[in-house]
Structures are given as structure tokens and as C-alpha cells.
Design a protein around this ligand. Sequence first.
Ligand code: FAD
Length: 447
Amino acid sequence: MTRVWQNWEGRFRSRPKHWHEPSTIDEVVAIVQSASKEQPVKVVGAGHSWSDIALPHVHLVTLQRMNRVLSVDHELHQVAVEAGISIHELNTQLAELGLGLSNQGSVNAQSIAGAISTGTHGTGPTFGGMATQVVSLKLVTATGDVLTVSPEENAELWDAVRVGLGALGIVVEVTLQCEPAFCLHSLEQPVPFDMMTQNIQEYAYGAEHCKIWWFPHTEYSHVWQFNRKPLEHLPARWKHWLWWWTDDFLGQRVSNVLLWLLSFVPFLTPAFNRFFRRVSYKRAERTARSNDIFNFPVHIRHPEMEYAIPLEKAGEALQELKRLVEEQRFVVNFIVEIRFVRSDDIWLSPAYQRNSCYIGVMMYKRKHAQEEYFRACEELFLRYGGRPHWGKIHSLAASQLASLYPKYDDFVRLHRKLDPERIFFNDYLHRVLEQGDEPTTKSDAPS
Ligand SMILES: Cc1cc2nc3c(=O)[nH]c(=O)nc-3n(C[C@H](O)[C@H](O)[C@H](O)COP(=O)(O)OP(=O)(O)OC[C@H]3O[C@@H](n4cnc5c(N)ncnc54)[C@H](O)[C@@H]3O)c2cc1C
């Protein structure tokens, strides 16, 4: 019987004909060489994308057996790892080596290659997305060649492959820039929505890392600000576990049941949001190891859309989002998440050449209401020049994406050169990269 692959949310599933778990680069090369246009190969990470970007059709490749730390440079604070390592495993091993990731997303189940390939980000207006932490990587291309790509080697591929959408080849090794292990002090506090949106840049730049949740149907947001502290401030482990249990059990598992009950009586949602915010979200402080602050448990299976908009437009866009919810009478049972990312030069990074505010919208169950809400939010984000997170839900196709990414045509041209037979393609990549025509605009992609 063929095995079933499905993504975290459970929205996408397939039964790929061949399931490969290579443990060496040579095995990856052999798999790629057995693939063809009719028998495409899809490398998957942890399936933690909400979009169908990782949906495999014929050959599924998972690098979960390629999960070792290969070498460490203690002077430069760099580690070389096999690309299938999960961020959780990576954090554990980095802690033993006295190192830490400078920034990361809110969960740690993703593989490092999957995370960088979709432009996964944490928060902090002076920190880039995770792909900016990559120093070099090793790529198996459609021809079975193994290329080292860095600003020095195969440099013409560098700005494309880091957020490569899984389209340019299989990343088998990654070298990451880390920093000496550190703690983060977290200060969280409720802030009136209007005050937050009017001063959003002050909040963003007021700490090394800042994230904000807005509770729809309330006048309040909740602002977290994190700053580095030396490792000496590491609290006793039991304190961490107590916090984790409270957040995991009360914050997630109890909320999950409440949200499920609420989905039968959606008209109670606004009152519930107001009550829940008031009792659960108060001023609090905590210090812990960096990844214990960056990450938090997420068990509530929900769909998510996230767009990066120019930072200077963030306050206005959020005020419009609040008006949209009120005027269209959307019943929104889940938070809006607001995070900040520094600009970079990676062609398909949503933060390409602009400091960005990522706005994430979510909804629990209620499929029809969710689709209407997301459609309206997407229209709003696009009016602000928003670029979608590749691993989250969006409805954009090639022609729209081309107008949002100055280097889109260069990426497509490079992709066609590296994978002319489209052996790494799936339906998602067909939708976002195929315009039918050859790219016609300016290019500095390698010819
Ligand atoms: C609960 C949850 C929380 C999340 N939190 C955040 C967050 O805080 N910030 C954020 O930005 N995103 C977040 N995400 C989105 C998630 O980080 C991305 O979608 C990420 O790509 C998932 O990594 P993965 O290993 O599961 O990759 P998959 O979803 O399995 O694959 C994603 C893409 O990467 C490609 N890929 C995987 N491995 C390789 C490889 N070795 N070589 C080349 N391509 C490869 C795949 O082909 C596919 O195109 C979250 C998702 C979930 C479900």
C-alpha cells in the first residue's frame, strides 16, 4: 500500500508512487537522475506549509535521515548541517555547542531547507528572514550536479537559491551564521489598537525583536518585545517547563476545545474574543534561552495567510484591516499576527529590498467564512503592495507575482536554465512560475 503524505493543516494530501529517504548526497543524485518531466521529484521538509508548495506527485524525497551537524567553526560562529535537520534538532545541538540562531520563526518542526526555501522569518526589524542567515549551501541540480553556492562560488545563483521554492534543485547541506548562545528577556503588554497602529515603528524598533497580536472584535493588541541577555540569566529548567505547560495546556489545548465549541455558535465570537483577551493577555516578563522565547507551542490546526507589506504602510494597512472586519461583519475567531523583517537582496524573498511588516491572518474551522475573510484581506494587502509568504495560503499566479518581485523574471529564466524539463515541478510551482511565455523584461540572470 502506498503511503499518504499530507501537510500540517491536512488540507493537501497525496500518495506519491515512490517514497525516498536518502542518507547520502550520492543517493539524492541517483534519485534525481531517475526522475523526468512525467515522473517529477518533490523534496519535502516537515510539510509545515499551508500552501501546496510541497505537494509531491510521483517521487517524494525526504531528507529526514540527512539531519547531522557536519562541522562547526567556533571562531566565526558558523555551523554546516545536512539540510534535512529540523530546527528543533538544530537548536538542541547548537545549545550544546554554545551557539544559537539569531532569529527564527514561531515553531521549530520545519526542516532548515524547507524553512529557507519559502522565506520563513521570525521578527525583528533589523534581522532578515532565515535565508539571510545562510552562508553557503550545497545544491543537487536537475542534471545531478552538486554545486556549492555562496557569494564566492557559483555566485550568480546565490540570490536565487536561498529562497528557491524547491524549484531550482535539492538543497543537501547548509552553512549557517549563528551567534554565541544567548537568553532573551521578553516583555509583553496589552496596548490599545489605535496607539499601536499610530506608533507601530516605535514599537518595532523599540526592541531587538517585536511581535504583536491583534484580537479582532477588540480595541486591544498585545505587544511582545524581546532583548538579548547573557546566558547567565538562564532560569532553572523547571521554570521553563512550568511556562511551557501553562502555554501548551492552557494557551493551546484548552483554547482548542473552546474554539471548537465556539465554531457551533459563531455569533458569540466577538464577546468571547473580548473576554479571552482580558483574562489571558496581561503584562508579563520572562527570560529564557533564545529559542524558548522565539518558539511557542502551536497545536490549533488552522489555515493561515501572511503578506509582507512595506513597513512604513503597516499602521495604515492595519487600521484598514480593522475597518474591513467591522464593515464587512466578518466573524474572526483567531488573532492577526504582526511581525517585522529587515530588507534583503534575495530575489523571491517577500522582504526583497524593503523593510517589511508581515501581517498574518488566521481563522479556525468555518471554511466558507475563512475563504471570504482571506479573499478580502488579500485584496487589501495587495493594495498596499503586499507580497505573499510562499508557504502560506495565497491565490496569486505568475502574472501577478511578476509585478510584485523586481527579480521575478530573472528567477524564472534561471529556473528554466537549471531545470528545463521541470523535473522539480508540481502544480503550485506551475501556478506561480509558468506564464506560458518566456520572460521578456530586463535580466541580469546568467545566460
Ligand atoms: C504551525 C506553523 C507555524 C509556522 N510559523 C512560521 C513562522 O513563524 N514564520 C514563517 O515565516 N513561517 C512559518 N510557518 C511556515 C513554515 O515555516 C514554512 O512553510 C516552511 O517552509 C515549512 O518548512 P518545512 O520543512 O515543513 O517545508 P515543506 O513545507 O515540507 O516544504 C516547503 C518548500 O521547501 C522545499 N524544500 C524542502 N526541503 C528542501 C530541500 N532540501 N531542498 C530544496 N527545497 C526544499 C519544498 O520542496 C517546498 O517547496 C509556519 C507553519 C506552521 C504549520
